[in-house]
Design a protein around this ligand. Sequence first.
Ligand code: ARG
Length: 549
Amino acid sequence: MILEDLLHDRLASAFATVAGRDVDPAVRASPHADFQSGAALALAGELKRPPREIAAEVAAETDLDGIAAVAVSGPGFLNLTVDGAFLTGALRAAAADERLGVAPVAGPERIVLDYSGPNAAKEMHVGHLRSTVIGDALARTYDWLGHEVIRVNHLGDWGTPFGMLIEHLLDGERSGDGHSIGDLTGFYQAARAKFDGDDGFRTRARLRVVALQSGDPVSRELWRTLVGQSERYFLDVYRRLGVTLGPEHFAGESRYQDDLAGVVADLTARGLLVESDGALCAFPAGFTGRDGAALPLIVRKADGGFGYAATDLAAIRHRVRDLAADRMLYVVGSPQRTHFAMVFAVARAAGWLPETVHAEHIGFGSILGADGRMLKSRAGDAVKLADLLHQAESRATAPEIAISAIKYADLSSDRRGDYVFDWDRMLAITGNTGPYLQMAYARVCAIFRKAGRGPGAVTVAAPAERALALALLGFEPAVRAAAGHAEPHRLAGYLHGLAAAFSVFYERCPVLRAGDDATRASRLGLAGLTARTLHTGMFLLGIEAPDQI
Ligand code: ARG
């Protein structure tokens, strides 16, 4: 049950009576009361009446079931205080429900969630960390709310680099030095250096791409070796990160190779492709470059090869037609915003993406170094995710604390913005951090170890109990907001607020040394619900919640 919704409905009908039309009372949590509405102020002009007078009339019209008081304050705000018995009832209902009173969504959707998507034969870099961590939190949240989530790991496992990578692998075999692909970046860089500096190698690499694309068995076999090695490496990273991606979720670019000719044929038949410098391009309406010229989406390159956009078009067709997606979300960095907007536009024009299917790019900003620039390693190149995890594991006492700290730092900042990667801040045990949440959770667990009994029926009396009760009842709106906006930081911020409310409560309201048995039972009830709410919320974010630290 969402308190805001209840108060919203009560006020909405009172406002409708007073204003003679539907009004959104915009109920918000407030430091001045439990909740506040400023809607009377917004109506003053239209009704040509003083806002305080409107507010007073609305207060008088409000159905007080569940509300202890509606008071006019300041220039015409309505301050709402929730009825104590009502709070108690709502908490008891949440405590009695294994889902903490959060019902599964009424209309479950099939959501295809595209996240992580690293590139084979290259190390994952920190940009893939954001996609992986944010995507996984969303997958867990949608799952828990009752949607059907199909996780898709759109691995970059195809394209021209594989020509040079296979040749480089073969060179190692020929010379017997067995070039190691254990060090993916080193392997890639060595191949790249040869490609740039050696004409003979470059020619072989080009021929190898052609052979690979036409299905030559030896080339395919070597390609499989390279991709397989990368997949094992990525799975190890996922395991260390504690994300829910497994081998069954790999659906790399190579899967769509056989569909690409059909994509071109379909688009051509619909008159959506134009030849431009030998390439086949779509020009979806409304996309222009800086010079004002229409932006092309290159579907087939001049050399006959297909690129990233063609594969994404084929993937959309597959996800709508074969996977029957209701919603498709792509957790990919913000620089790819235009790519996705154009791909969606072309897919809609081609009839592959009907209006009933929602497609959205869930973009995110960059991770910055202390200097405010893109995070770089000391050598000046992109930071490898594996190195970061290694640093984390060696820095803190327990790896689950350090890994959670990295994940939480990412999840707690608004994904649309950039954030600064700062070990000291993310590992701090105060503030909106992973360790703070984990300590708060472990502290509540410790109370129960000492109590020797379970939680009892909650009664809300002291102000700090009331504040904690209101915080606990904020769980459902926080989860729904995080899901609705695809913004895990809304849930993270909520959990931090809940942990803070618990710590004030714990300071002011003795639990085990409470004066009487009923109070002790009730406070244990509040503590128990806090533990379960923190645990569930942390689980949804993919943050470990150990009982003891
Ligand atoms: N491999 C891509 C990259 O590293 C991300 C793939 C995202 N998903 C997609 N369907 N395009 O940038």
